[in-house]
Design a protein around this ligand. Sequence first.
Ligand code: NAX
Length: 328
Amino acid sequence: MKAPIRVAVTGAAGQIGYSLLFRIASGSMFGPDQPVILHLIEIEPALPALGGVVMELQDCAFPLLKGIVPTANLDEGFAGVNWALLVGSVPRKAGMERKDLLGINGKIFIGQGKAIEKNAAPDVRVLVVGNPCNTNCLIAMNNARGIPANRWFAMTRLDENRAKMQLALKAGVDVTRVSNLAVWGNHSATMYPDFYNARIDGRHVTEVIPDVHWLQNDFISTVQQRGASIIKARGLSSAASAANAVVDTVRSLVTPTTEGDWYSVAVHSEGDYDVEKGIISSFPIRTNADGSWEIAKWVPVGDFSREKITATVNELKEERELVRELLG
Ligand code: NAX
C-alpha cells in the first residue's frame, strides 16, 4: 500500500466542498490505489457544519480515506500537505465593488499563502478555486516565495469542460471526441475558449462546425456566461461541476498528457505568447512523462484570438494593480 497523500481543502463545508471531498476520498482524484488523508479547513462559524460533513465522510467507510483533520487553524490545516485546494472564499455581495472583493479575499490568501509556506510538505502544489481565483492565486504565491512559482495553479477547467460540451452538442458528437480546447486568461467573463485550435476527431473545429459566426459569438458568450446561467436556474452557483473540474485539473496535472493534446489551467506566466510575465493566466498546458508541466508551445494565435487574449490579460493586469499592496 502506498503512503497516504495529504490533501487540504479550504471552504470544506461549502457547496463545492460537499461535492469534492467524496470524490477525493473515493479515489477519483489520485486513483484507486492511492490512500489519502483529508485536511478540512473552515472558518470557526462553519465548524459545526463541517462536523456533519466529517460524519458523512466516516459513514461512507471509504477504503482509501486514512484520516480526517477538520480545523480552523491554518498551521494545523496545512501541516505536511502535498496538495492544497483553496476553495473557500467570501462571495461577492450586492453593492460590493470588484476592488472590495479583491481586498477581502486578498487578505485571506495572504494568510493561507504564508501558512502553506510554513507548514506544507516540500512537494506541495496549490490549486486556487475561490474567486477571483487567478488573482487570489497571485496573492498567495507572492506571500509564499519559498515555494517555486511552477507549483501554483488557478482553475479554468470548468470553462474548458463547458466549452468542449458546447462544441460536442453543436457538432452532434460525443464529448470525448473534442480535444485541444485551451481556455486563455482569467477565470471570468473575459476568458477566451480557443475554438480555433480545438479539434473534433482530430479535425479543426471550423471544418466540422463551419458556422464561424456561431463560434465567434454564441459559443463564446454561452461559455463565458454559463456560471451566471446556472445561478439564474438553480439559485446557487455551480458546485458539482466545479468539484468535478477540480478532480479533472489535479488528475491532468499528475498524469502525462496524451501526445498532441493539452488542457487548461492558469499558471504563472513567464511571458509566453506575450502574456505579461508575473500574472496567473490560463494557457494550453501539457504534463510530461516525468510529472513536470509545460505550456504547449506550438499553438497558433491568429488576429481574432490575439484580440480576445489581450482583453482577458488586460483584466488580469488591472486586478493585479488593485491588489498590488497585498503582493508582499
Ligand atoms: P460556498 O459559499 O458554498 O462555500 C465557501 C466556504 O468557504 C464556506 O463554507 C465558508 O465558510 C468557507 N470560507 C470562507 N472564508 C474562508 C476562509 N478564510 N478559510 C476557509 N474557509 C473559508 O461557496 P462554493 O459554492 O463552495 O464556492 C467556493 C468558491 O469557488 C467561490 O469563491 C466561488 O466563486 C468559486 N468558484 C470557482 C470556480 C472556478 O471555476 N474557478 C467555479 C465555481 C465557483 O464559482
